[in-house]
Design a protein around this ligand. Structure first.
Ligand SMILES: *Cc1c(COP(=O)(O)O)cnc(C)c1O
Length: 420
């Protein structure tokens, strides 16, 4: 490796040790990847996918067989009655918002049971922002049950689910918080508690960063509706944009009416040549998620060996692909991100600098050298420049390429006299 990249012996020795520590987790990840790959493959075979599904449509997009069958394949993989997979969901937030507006009506109440949800959902609910047509503007009420010691508070959830609640909302991934992500079993337990209390309640899960991390998805343990982004896990690094919704047939249909119009629903939508990459993305997704998980586990082990605070630890069970590193000071955050960027296949020559990103109350430094702009199933790191000086890392299309980035980041810190 040293003919190609200059890495100090101390860092390489730590890397060897980290790989040794990761062995058991890598074996676990391998098993999950294989199971999920077979699940996807079976769905392709059962739905008799052929080249004709990769065709394109224009205009209204009536009768686009590729689009219609992709929804069926997706539903099978996610153990759902129905699915809506579209390149014209612009991002995860748009997809989640479509699902929320799709099924909630004036007077309904949404109850988030994982504390305050991901930042970009705030203006959708109406927790922040005004005059944008939030759910609140349309008379949808909102309440939340905070986490207790960073865990689901089952008793409080049971108490909060009364007759006034229409939807219970769960965020599976930790997002940019330090709390642990939720397991599918924990989500299943919430579903059970909620349904026993009031069987009419819709349980919806923000599934971002969670797809294919375990062998089951929330729709297989009682969730009525899930949604996520295709430039994260479920697009396998191949999809260049889009999102998906899956779940109960009547609810997915309502979401389709919201995405297009009442009456037209999922019957329209030109695919403009995207079908092939969405099929291929789903086919690759289990493997790509496995590579991203291996990358996260390795980075966790390596930086723990250097003496940094890491969550999750390398030997902890994971429920999403996010890894965070406590790098202790602003200089280290910047050096780390610059090192990651320097090893990226795209835009390696750019030097990330902290900037005032809209919507954040502190400067943020980000590393992203991706084939798809903003894709976070590709290796990316971002860090708000504020205490406790954590960097959030996710993705990695393949382990080897993420590994060299992690080593270059350590080297960059070492060169600046910052590495512990
Ligand atoms: C990424 C993400 C979203 C959606 O974000 P987009 O950037 O709009 O795709 C929502 N919730 C969680 C937990 C996420 O990680």
């Amino acid at each position: 490796m040293n003919d190609l990249f200059k890495i100090d012996k101390r860092i390489l020795d730590a890397s060897d040790k980290a790989l040794e520590l990761c062995k058991e987790q890598f074996e676990n990840i391998e098993k999950i990847t294989e199971y999920n790959q077979l699940k996807v493959q079976k769905a392709f075979i059962d739905n008799r996918i052929s080249e004709s599904h990769f065709g394109t449509s224009t205009g209204y997009g009536y009768g686009d067989m590729g689009r219609e069958t992709l929804d069926k394949v997706w539903a099978q993989v996610f153990g759902a009655e129905s699915a809506l997979v579209r390149h014209n969901f612009t991002c995860g937030t748009h997809t989640l918002a479509t699902a929320l507006y799709g099924v909630l009506r004036p007077g309904d109440k949404m109850l988030c049971v994982t504390g305050t949800p991901y930042d970009t959902i705030h203006s959708v609910i109406g927790i922040s922002g005004e005059g944008m047509g939030s759910l609140k503007d349309f008379g949808v009420k909102y309440d939340e049950v905070p986490l207790k010691d960073e865990k689901l508070d089952y008793d409080a959830i049971e108490k909060a689910v009364d007759d006034s609640v229409t939807m219970v909302y769960i965020q599976r991934s930790r997002g940019y918080e330090l709390r642990p992500s939720l397991s599918v079993d924990e989500i299943g337990k919430v579903c059970k508690i909620v349904k026993e209390k009031n069987s009419n309640v819709i349980v919806m899960v923000d599934n971002c960063y969670g797809e294919f991390v375990e062998t089951k998805e929330p729709t297989e343990v009682g969730a009525d509706l899930i949604a996520g982004s295709l430039i994260k896990n479920a697009g396998g690094g191949i999809a260049t944009t889009g999102g998906y919704i899956a779940g109960r047939e009547d609810l997915v249909e309502k979401c389709a009416y919201r995405l297009t119009t009442p009456g037209l629903g999922a019957e329209v939508g030109a695919t403009l040549g995207h079908n092939r990459e969405l099929y291929m993305g789903l086919f690759f997704a289990p493997h790509t998620v496995g590579e991203a998980l291996k990358s996260a586990v390795y980075i966790s082990a390596l930086y723990e060996l250097f003496g940094y605070d890491v969550t999750p630890k390398y030997n902890e069970t994971r429920h999403d692909i996010v890894q965070s590193l406590g790098l202790e000071n602003p200089e280290s955050l910047v050096a780390f991100c610059q090192g990651i960027q320097s090893g990226s296949p795209v835009d390696s020559f750019l030097l990330p600098e902290p900037w005032d990103m809209p919507g954040y109350d502190s400067k943020v430094v980000m590393a992203a050298g991706a084939f798809t702009l903003g894709s976070s199933i590709e290796l990316s790191a971002d860090a708000p420049i504020r205490e406790p000086y954590y960097a959030w890392i996710q993705g990695g299309l393949n382990f080897h390429s993420a590994k060299i980035c992690a080593l270059l980041a350590a080297q960059q810190m070492e060169d600046k006299g910052l590495l512990k």
